[in-house]
Design a protein around this ligand. Structure first.
Ligand code: C2E
Ligand code: CA
Ligand code: CA
Length: 235
């Protein structure tokens, strides 16, 4: 499935995040139930590449050439061939690397940071965007922010969801946006569920947003219709 990311100032859709789903016996199983199993079974990179192949083949024709984002598990960065595998998949699909962003969490930089940095740097050298996901949970280490020139920082939805009810959450988000802006990194707020939250974030200077307020994760056909409608509006 694909979930839209929008510019908070204009509302224009700029990208879609790929989110894995497992349809089984007429039901849909969420990633929280199978990602950790795929990691333990050594299947997570195969799963990610399959998702990427599917994503590229659908997204290559979308109007406006939006970017796509894919989640990479920390354990995958131990694979010294990861960047070659991703680049080969893009090349086969004829999908330009600058339209892909890889989302990693800080956990990817724990343990064997040198290897992780090498892999991420090689993706970046090919024009792939690097996003620091779930920022605010876990380590939130300034050291990690200095280790890599991230293209974007995603503020975790636990902060965003309480931004209009909890003054402390608002203060934290303001501080993160300020820090990111000083470092020249645009911020994406995830988990935006209301216009009031979207407005607060826009006023704080947050560049991009994602959440049910703008769109739920949707099928490729739904994205094709959405991007076509947005292109018709622009024309
Ligand atoms: P994530 O990377 O933080 O992805 C965002 C999650 O928040 C998605 O859940 C999305 O459906 C949900 N979400 C989006 N907007 C809202 C909102 O407004 N309110 C609320 N309450 N939730 C919202 P999903 O699809 O269940 O994915 C959960 C997590 O599973 C993802 O969190 C990501 O860490 C992981 N995941 C999903 N697909 C993959 C994958 O292909 N590979 C890996 N390694 N992890 C994946
Ligand atoms: Ca993500
Ligand atoms: Ca996230």
């Amino acid at each position: 499935f694909y979930q839209p990311l929008v510019r908070l100032d204009t509302g224009a859709t700029t990208a879609f995040e790929l989110l894995a789903r497992w349809p089984r016996d007429g039901e849909e199983i969420g990633p929280d139930q199978f990602i950790s199993i795929a990691e333990e079974a050594g299947l997570i990179t195969d799963l990610m590449l399959q998702l990427l192949r599917r994503g590229c083949s659908e997204a290559v024709d979308w109007d406006g050439a939006p970017a796509i984002g894919i989640n990479v598990s920390p354990i995958q960065l131990k694979d010294m061939w990861l960047s070659e595998k991703i680049l080969a998949t893009l090349a086969r699909a004829g999908f330009p690397p600058h339209r892909l962003a890889v989302e990693i969490t800080e956990n990817a930089l724990i343990g064997d940071p040198d290897n992780a940095i090498r892999t991420i740097q090689s993706l970046k050298n090919q024009g792939i965007g690097i996003v620091l996901d779930d920022f605010g949970t876990g380590y939130s280490s300034l050291q990690h922010l200095r280790m890599l020139p991230f293209d974007e920082i995603k503020i975790d939805r636990s902060f965003v969801q309480s931004i209009d009810s909890d003054p402390e959450a608002l203060k934290m988000v303001r501080a993160i946006v300020g820090l990111a802006s000083t470092l020249g990194m645009p911020v994406v707020a995830e988990g935006i569920e209301s216009e009031s939250a979207a407005k607060l974030l826009r006023d704080l200077g947050c560049a991009y947003g994602q959440g049910y307020h703008f769109g739920h994760p949707m099928s490729g056909e739904q994205v094709a219709a959405l991007t076509q409608a947005e292109a018709a509006l622009r024309a």
